[in-house]
Ligand binder design. Structure first.
Ligand SMILES: Nc1ncnc2c1ncn2[C@@H]1O[C@H](COP(=O)(O)OP(=O)(O)OP(=O)(O)O)[C@@H](O)[C@H]1O
Ligand SMILES: [Mg+2]
Length: 335
């Protein structure tokens, strides 16, 4: 459904100089600054996939989405969306895609929501029967009726986002681009938006590309993620694989009778592993100790056994590394 082939986007902007003097100098200077926002990225996405497109601020996510939607033309390479080159055939492409930019609305600010939808129906040439059926579905999953006659400017952020998502889906697009669709939403609305996306994907086999800084979106919706860093693709694969590859740290916390007796336990010696493969921290108030360890080096059963030799262990909790920690690590240090 989506083919992105060696796509590069270079922005050229007038060079800026600091300060007021600089601003004046800038007016008369011809110097240009180049910024490689997207650097030779390729991937393909099959019909019906939900792919998370993630990366730190300024990594090039929105720029890629803009090239896939036809808003920007790649400097090099090409995108094919359902066989259409979006920057060459913008109109044809528009029929195939729906877009939600969480940061701003695509709806008419002063019109009642119902009017916006009527206009979109005409723009996309959606037949009456089809429109009726689609609206029934959208009303059920997004509950638009609640604010159907209100002007968009009077909607709350969560209502506006539901409206935007609905508007992007009126013509039943094959591909849905969501750029931070849950930004600023409370947990309940986030959850609603996520279930709506899931349901739309299941019912219509809509292909979804989602950029987000909310790891919850990724965990709940995406089986595959693409990570970009400084314009380059650094990971493309399943979420479970990423966790497997990078989430080798585990945590086990134990509630014990006597914390002091075990807090300085030397696991390195008793289990003959290097010292840097684990770390013990204690919480005296809670009478608990926590061991973070590398699961490739140490087994949780061995660790617990060592603790049990020294004191009574009342309760044990084993935690996996959170995906958010893995992602933070990758954003900070790369792969
Ligand atoms: N029109 C433009 N002119 C010049 N530089 C631009 C333009 N648009 C984006 N950039 C630059 O390209 C880089 C990538 O921007 P982009 O908006 O794609 O990042 P992003 O991954 O979406 O980040 P965020 O998570 O903050 O939304 C940034 O350094 C940005 O400043
Ligand atoms: Mg962005």
């Amino acid at each position: 459904m989506i083919e992105v082939k060696n796509v590069t986007k270079e922005f050229i902007s007038p060079k800026k100089y600091p300060g007021l003097k600089g601003a004046i100098k800038g007016l008369f200077s011809n110097e240009k600054e180049k910024k490689l926002a997207v650097d030779d990225i390729s991937f393909s996405i099959k019909k019906g996939e939900i792919v998370g497109y993630i990366g730190s601020n300024g990594a090039g996510k929105s720029t890629t989405i803009k090239m896939m939607t036809g808003i920007l033309t790649p400097t090099k390479g090409e995108c094919l969306i359902n066989g259409v080159n979006p920057s060459k055939e913008r109109k044809k492409n528009a029929q195939n895609i729906g877009v939600v930019f969480g940061q701003r609305t695509q709806l008419w600010w002063d019109l009642p929501l119902s009017e916006s939808f009527t206009i979109l129906k005409e723009i996309y040439n959606v037949g009456d029967e089809e429109y009726k059926e689609r609206m029934e579905f959208l009303n059920r999953v997004l509950e638009l009726e609640e604010f159907w006659t209100r002007p968009v400017r009077n909607l709350s952020l969560g209502q506006r986002m539901r409206a935007d998502l609905g508007a992007a889906l009126i013509h039943n697009p094959k591909v849905l681009y969501l750029d931070e669709p849950t930004i600023g939403l409370d947990l309940v609305v986030k959850d609603n938006i996520r279930s709506a996306i899931r349901e739309i994907n299941e019912k219509y086999q809509t292909t979804v590309i989602l950029t987000t800084h909310d790891i919850g979106d990724i965990e709940e919706l995406c089986s595959r993620i693409i990570i970009i860093d400084d314009g380059r693709k650094i990971y493309d694969g399943s979420l479970s694989n990423l966790k497997e590859q990078y989430g080798t740290m585990r945590k086990v916390s134990m509630e014990v009778r006597n914390v002091e007796e075990v807090v300085s336990l030397d696991l390195a010696e008793s289990l003959s592993v290097p010292k840097n493969t684990y770390r013990i921290t204690a919480d005296l108030e809670q009478s608990s100790v926590m061991v973070s360890f590398d699961k490739n080096e140490l087994q949780v059963s061995d660790i617990i056994a060592q603790f049990m030799k020294k004191t009574d262990v009342r309760d044990i909790k084993i935690q996996e590394t959170e995906l958010s920690e893995i992602v933070k690590e990758i954003y900070n240090h790369g792969i």
